[in-house]
Design a protein around this ligand. Sequence first.
Ligand code: Z5A
Length: 210
Amino acid sequence: MAGKFISLEGGEGAGKTTLIRKLKTHLENQGLEVIITREPGGTPGAEDLRDILLTGQTDRWSPVTEALLMYAARVDHVERLIQPALARGAWVISDRFSDSTLAYQGAAGGVDIARIRQLHTVALEDFYPDLTFILDLDPLVGLRRTVERGEDPTRFEMHETDFHTRLRDAFLRIASDEPDRCVVLDASMAPDAVYEAALEIMADKLGANA
Ligand code: Z5A
């Protein structure tokens, strides 16, 4: 039996990592094998690409170059980790996937959306998550959460407020364009409330096992 593939998307500090940990525990309690992964990254080669994508000056790469590097990492991730796991029946939860390229490099970075969709087709044909949670949060609240965490900002966190507002709008647009796959969660709620809402949606969209 093939497993299910879930992605979590949203701006910085929206609570994806926090929610993923809770979903993993829940699904494991149902007796499922659960693989937690992230993008860019998830395999040794893709993690190498993550290093060069997330470090350095904000303008280190142009948005088109970023999109190509994201997809190079994504193909390695899908071929070597995600598809083999799904084939053996595991459930895979990824912290970000293809919608991040549409939002960050496309809507916020200025690369034509149709061009990114073509890139997806060339790289992965029609491979998409079974379910995508879009964690929606005021970008200033999300950025404050990441600052309070005390880590150095990534290249993306150093962008101006406008960039983060475009990101939020882009994720909401993706959700309204693809309502079968994407569900928006109000990420300003307490972590347990976000988790309860996600559980209900997962059971509804992916069935009894979830
Ligand atoms: N990127 C891209 O440009 N194009 C692409 O195609 C892909 C990615 C795939 C990856 O960064 C970067 O790559 C990303 C986009 C770009 N931009 N940035 N930066 P990352 O993986 O390092 O960062 P992130 O994905 O933005 O994750 P994050 O900053 O770690 O946030 P998070 O995982 O969504 O949040 P969290 O770690 O669960 O929570 C953040 C803090 O808030 C933490 O202290 C929590 O305890 C707290 N928290 C969590 N939930 C709540 C609630 N509900 N209330 C209050 N506080 C909370």
